[in-house]
Design a binder for this molecule. Structure first.
Ligand code: ASP
Ligand code: CP
Length: 360
């Protein structure tokens, strides 16, 4: 299936050169934002946030305003006709006739992709359930570029909810495409990185290891990427409580880290980084959130200036085959064509919306 518009659903839909171009533009804008104050004059961006957000929503909105454009949208679907039962297809199709670009966050995996099949403007995925968060990854790449001056040869530790954390999924996919990056995953056995992400890392030639504590690896890291336990993705409060507070980065643990290690976190933080760490020069999370606005300015400019069409579904469309993931959009919006591709070893089918695997 093809769309007349260019979307950002997953960074992997683009070559690495495209991400680099966006990140480099983000850095230029960061250095002289006033030069870009009118590049989106007359343009309108819609933000459709079906799930809570502070940074992503407001940084996108300020990004568009700083580019000279204007914004519309909702951040509480209960106040929109979504509450009357309107489908994603209808809501996004309608709004795409009012706006030039639509930024969408949704609690269900594959929702932004589903929207991109039928909208009459570009769609940007601002987080789809526990699946992906590509614009956080652009933020993270700009942070690394400015603060570490490289995107290669890094030992990156990721800690916390690696199963449900969409930011670490997108970031692993991206960083594995740069040379000589090594990943160290710190999580409980229940919250390990999904197998499909680990397979992407392996296929890229990068390496990863999985450990249980921060203390055993902190001295090896160039970057420590902390994450929140994603309470909203757990089936029960008990399961969440069993994971909460397992990993807490504090000043004592920071003593074991390299002098030039940086601490990143997509935020919001709950209690996985103590407040005292904020005063450590290696704490980069507040700056990281600021860089997010500049890279989103770059992304909006790029998406609106490149008039390319895009291939929305590349897999085989099957009738009668369902995705096994209850949190996949195809199990919520029945009209969507189911689409699967083969896994790398050709033994499994992977849902094109949420990446869930099933036996052939
Ligand atoms: N804000 C990020 C996200 O929406 C991380 C988080 O919520 O923990 O994925
Ligand atoms: N990092 C991030 O996505 O933050 P919000 O959930 O506040 O948008």
């Amino acid at each position: 299936m093809y769309s007349e518009y260019q979307h950002l659903i997953d960074l992997s839909d683009y070559p690495v050169s495209w991400w680099k171009k966006v990140v480099e533009l983000g850095e230029k804008i960061y250095q002289s934002p006033a030069d870009y104050a009118h590049v989106c004059d007359g343009k309108i961006m819609a933000t459709l946030f079906y799930e809570p957000s502070t940074r992503t929503q407001m940084s996108f909105q300020t990004a568009m305003i700083r580019l000279g454009g204007q914004i519309i949208g909702f951040d509480n679907p209960a106040n929109s006709s979504v509450s009357k039962g309107e489908t994603i297809k209808d809501t996004t199709k309608i709004v795409s006739n009012y706006a030039d670009v639509l930024v969408m966050r949704h609690p269900v995996a594959g929702a932004a992709k589903a929207a991109s099949l039928t909208t009459d403007c570009s769609v940007i995925n601002a987080g789809d359930g526990g699946h992906l968060h590509p614009t956080q990854t652009l933020t993270d790449l700009l942070t690394l570029k400015i603060e570490k001056q490289t995107l290669s040869g890094l030992t990156i530790g990721m800690c916390g909810d690696l199963l449900n954390g969409r930011t670490v999924h997108s970031l692993c996919k991206a960083l594995s495409q740069f040379e000589n990056n090594k990943f160290i995953f710190m999580s409980t056995p229940e919250l390990r990185m999904p197998a499909y992400i680990k397979d992407i890392i392996k296929a890229s030639g990068s390496v990863y290891e999985e450990v249980n504590t921060i203390e055993e690896v902190i001295d090896k890291l160039d970057v420590l990427y902390m994450t929140r336990i994603q309470q909203e993705r757990f089936a029960s409060v008990e399961e969440y409580l069993a994971q909460k507070d397992t990993y807490v980065l504090d000043a004592e643990k920071m003593k074991g880290a390299k002098k030039d290690m940086i601490v990143m976190h997509p935020l919001p933080r709950v209690d996985e980084i103590t407040i005292e760490v904020d005063d450590d020069a290696r704490a980069m999370y507040f700056k990281q959130a600021k860089y997010g606005m500049y890279v989103r300015m770059a992304l909006i400019m790029t998406i609106l200036s490149e008039k390319k069409s895009s291939e929305t579904l590349k897999g085989k469309v099957y009738t009668g085959v369902r995705c096994d993931n209850p949190r996949c959009i195809t199990n919520h919006e029945e009209y969507l064509p189911k689409s699967f591709r083969f896994s790398r070893d050709e033994t499994l089918l992977e849902c094109e919306y949420c990446d869930e695997r099933k036996l052939i």
